[in-house]
Write a protein that binds this ligand. Structure first.
Ligand SMILES: *[C@@H]1O[C@H](CO)[C@@H](O)[C@H](O)[C@H]1NC(C)=O
Ligand SMILES: *[C@@H]1O[C@H](CO)[C@@H](O)[C@H](O)[C@H]1NC(C)=O
Ligand SMILES: *[C@@H]1O[C@H](CO)[C@@H](O)[C@H](O)[C@H]1NC(C)=O
Length: 371
């Protein structure tokens, strides 16, 4: 009983065989068919290779959503060198909610404003990258690529080198509320109470105010050092006193997910203005360096995408199968038209051409058996 069932099952499976075997003696091969098969194989190999390259490649996907994270703090990373002595200047943040952020996270370090040859080289390379970034249309993806590759060793000022101390390097980080605000460096140390915010400057009569500066690094959020930011390597040298430099920065929260790293960072765009303060000509203001930042309401999610293995295999099957059946179809079609043309125009020579389509068809059946 059981054996009978098994036999039945085997028969059923045999019935389902989509590849009926053709006896070898029925199969004919020909030079034309062989050539066509060769072409098909070459095309197949080429397409498969291309498909493999597509599979290996990755691309960047951008998604936008409203930033719902309103309670966390924003980190500002600063590394800026000003061409004045440290005891003369002060840096801090004043934001829209009139909260002053005590700039305890910042360190003041005497430094030389002139760069060492090695630092100058680094500066140049960053400036070069910045130039490329401005030219490239797909700015985001270049930024992103750079993030992937990381940046070369950071040439922070050489601590062991003797410093002339004509300049001051202010570096460190601050945590601020996620509202618009302004980070500024002006004459005098900051002092604030609940109502007022002032900078108290000791009076140095004979010393000039020189707000020439170089921004080594300015970024928002964690892990910003991986990315070349728009203001990195910005250098402003002024020969005038009382110069006001303003940077208007719009910060875009960005979540970066790649196969290598996953960071929450912030990109920003910047416009800048500068002018000389001269009260006699009515150009009032306060000399200094002001970074006015505001946050974008939209958050960008950047992720690195690549084709899944399953999709790759499916597409491969599509290519191979498709080529086979298309070439078969073409064979038949060409054979059919050759038949018609021969019958119609050269009835006499028809007999001579008669074999051709049949040979083609049989060639196809050697490449892959048909029902
Ligand atoms: C730092 O300065 C010291 C003293 O001038 C020098 O010997 C050393 O090579 C410098 N290091 C770098 C990384 O430039
Ligand atoms: C400020 O310092 C820079 C660099 O040392 C110098 O080129 C510039 O002339 C100085 N400006 C003033 C107003 O002294
Ligand atoms: C302000 O402008 C006036 C008129 O152009 C000029 O004479 C004066 O030197 C300027 N002052 C400063 C501090 O640049």
């Amino acid at each position: 009983m059981r054996r009978l069932n098994r036999k039945k099952a085997v028969n059923l499976v045999k019935e389902l065989d989509a590849f009926p075997k053709v006896p070898e003696s029925c199969v004919k091969t020909s030079a034309v068919g062989g050539t066509v098969s060769l072409i098909v194989f070459v095309a197949m190999a080429t397409l498969t290779l291309f498909e493999f390259f597509v599979y290996q490649d990755t691309w960047v996907k951008y998604e936008y959503e409203v930033d719902k994270d309103f309670s966390s703090k924003l980190r500002i990373n600063i590394d800026i060198t000003v061409a004045m002595k440290c005891n003369r200047i002060g840096a801090d943040v004043l934001d829209r909610s009139h909260t002053t952020v005590v700039s305890e996270g910042l360190q003041y370090e005497p430094a030389a404003f002139e760069l060492s040859p090695q630092q100058a080289l680094w500066q140049q390379s960053v400036v070069h990258v910045q130039g490329r970034l401005k030219e490239e249309h797909s700015l985001g993806s270049v930024l992103f690529r750079h993030a992937l590759q990381g940046r070369p060793a950071d040439p922070l000022p050489n601590k062991s080198a003797p410093v002339s101390g004509n300049a001051c390097r202010i570096h460190g980080h601050l945590y601020v509320n996620k509202v618009a605000g302004n980070f500024h460096i002006t004459l005098g140390k900051p002092l604030s109470n609940s109502r007022h915010h002032t900078h108290i400057a000791a009076l140095y009569k004979n010393e000039v105010q020189n707000f020439s500066h170089r921004i080594e690094h300015l970024s928002f959020g964690e892990g910003g050092r991986e990315i070349i930011n728009p203001l990195d390597a910005t250098e402003k040298i002024t020969t005038q006193e009382n110069h006001l430099f303003q940077y208007f920065v719009t910060v875009v929260p960005t979540k970066l997910h790649t196969s290598q790293q996953s960071v929450d960072t912030h990109q920003y765009s910047v416009t800048e203005r500068e002018r000389v303060i001269n009260h006699t000509t009515g150009r009032h203001g306060l000399a200094g360096i002001f970074v006015r930042y505001k946050l974008s309401a939209l958050m960008v999610r950047v992720s690195e995408q690549h084709m899944p293995m399953s999709v790759f295999l499916t597409r491969l099957c599509g290519i191979i199968g498709g080529l086979f059946s298309t070439s078969d179809l073409l064979h038949r079609l060409v054979g059919f038209f050759v038949d018609i043309v021969c019958c119609y125009f050269k009835v006499g020579s028809y007999k001579y051409k008669e074999g051709a389509p049949e040979v083609m068809v049989s060639c196809v059946s050697t490449s892959f058996p048909q029902e």
